[in-house]
Design a protein around this ligand. Sequence first.
Ligand code: FES
Length: 178
Amino acid sequence: MAPAQAHGVPVVPDSSIVPEAARNGIGIEVNGEHFVHTGDPQMPLLWYLRDVLWLTGTKYGGAHGENGADLVLLDGKPVSAITQPMAKLDGRRITTVEGLAANDGALHPLQQAFIDEDAIGCGYCTPGWLIAGIDLLKRKPQPTDADIDQLSNTCRCGCQTRVRAAIKRVAAGKVGQA
Ligand code: FES
């Protein structure tokens, strides 16, 4: 049989192109829902959350997650979403800021405490603070200012003092009070 032609020129397959093996998909749970990722296994979790699932609460926190804005809970522990390739996440459970409220819409106590203390400026850093703060309160139910200051999160709007107050408000059981 004559070789295939394009515009009269024989088409010779490029033997250096190796087809990619079929992908089975990476199954992850995000905020209680199951998803299967069949795209690039090296895609960082942050881009998967924001660009595929449209969960845009988690923010870019630097190339290595250094400012804490991209924190999510991975099997209950805070991790930087930019540093987690999807390939590592098969069968894992992710909680983002969108998954902190209860199914009936009731805010997580720390979310409410941020409102009580007016601890939100532009809001860019807030999702990361919430994830880090929830983990801190679980590890240390009565955190000190120093414990809070040791978190990797930063706030360019200068809300750190109010964030401290919000975390300590939860510790004191005063959420929702004046
Ligand atoms: S509220 Fe704006 S960066 Fe923290």
